[in-house]
Design a binder for this molecule. Structure first.
Ligand SMILES: [Cu+2]
Length: 202
């Protein structure tokens, strides 16, 4: 084999390797509905793989304050993510949480706080502002890189998932049972679609 064909051979093997790895990846489409079968937006849906993965999602996220509202209203991040809380208003905010998953406060500030806040435990964090009582937002921290949030049609698509039997979980801020996480076993071979129901108060 001359050098050129060896190079071609190597390239081909790498392509084949990439192709076989690709077929290992599954996709999961989930529709989240409430008890009256209406699409439920802002539901956090995540897959806990049966085999622990070292994969990491983005390790930074933002929760803005704009027009005296948090944005986004619901965030989902992986354990180990640092979240920035940039204040885009001209008034100062005082962001805090009393939640056990992360208790913190960013005392009265404008602009971008010097340090992001590290979320190092799974769970739900409820955000508030000491100055503006109606400001409210949620951060759901998950121990997996496979997560998403349902859109206005209640749809979430999780991609690049490992095949096999895993646990599919879902959380919504307005479930009738507080902090309820729905849980079901799911077997992924390639691409699957499931729908799941969460009971919420209106
Ligand atoms: Cu405020």
């Amino acid at each position: 084999m001359n050098r050129k064909s060896l190079t071609n051979y190597t390239t081909l093997s790498l392509l084949l390797l990439a192709a076989s790895w690709q077929t290992q990846a599954a996709e999961l489409t989930v529709q989240v509905l409430d008890q009256t079968d209406n699409p439920l937006s802002n539901a956090v849906v995540y897959l806990e793989a049966s085999v622990k993965t070292s994969e990491k999602s983005l390790n930074e996220a933002n929760v803005d304050q704009k027009n005296k509202q948090f944005s986004p209203f619901v965030s989902v991040v992986q354990v180990g993510t640092s979240v920035n809380f940039p204040n885009k208003d001209s008034v100062r905010h005082h962001v805090y949480s009393f939640s056990p998953a992360k208790t913190f406060e960013l005392k009265l500030y404008s602009g971008i706080p010097a340090k992001p806040v590290l979320f190092d435990k799974p769970g739900t964090v409820i955000l508030g502002c000491n100055i503006h009582d109606n400001m409210l937002a949620y951060i759901h921290i998950v121990d997996t890189p496979y997560f998403g949030k349902s859109d206005v049609n209640g749809m979430v698509k999780l991609t690049d998932l490992p095949t096999g039997q895993h646990t599919l979980k879902a959380w919504h801020y307005a479930t009738t049972k507080e902090n309820f996480v729905s849980e079901q076993k799911i077997t992924l071979k390639s691409n699957e679609t499931v729908s799941l129901k969460l009971e919420t108060h209106n």
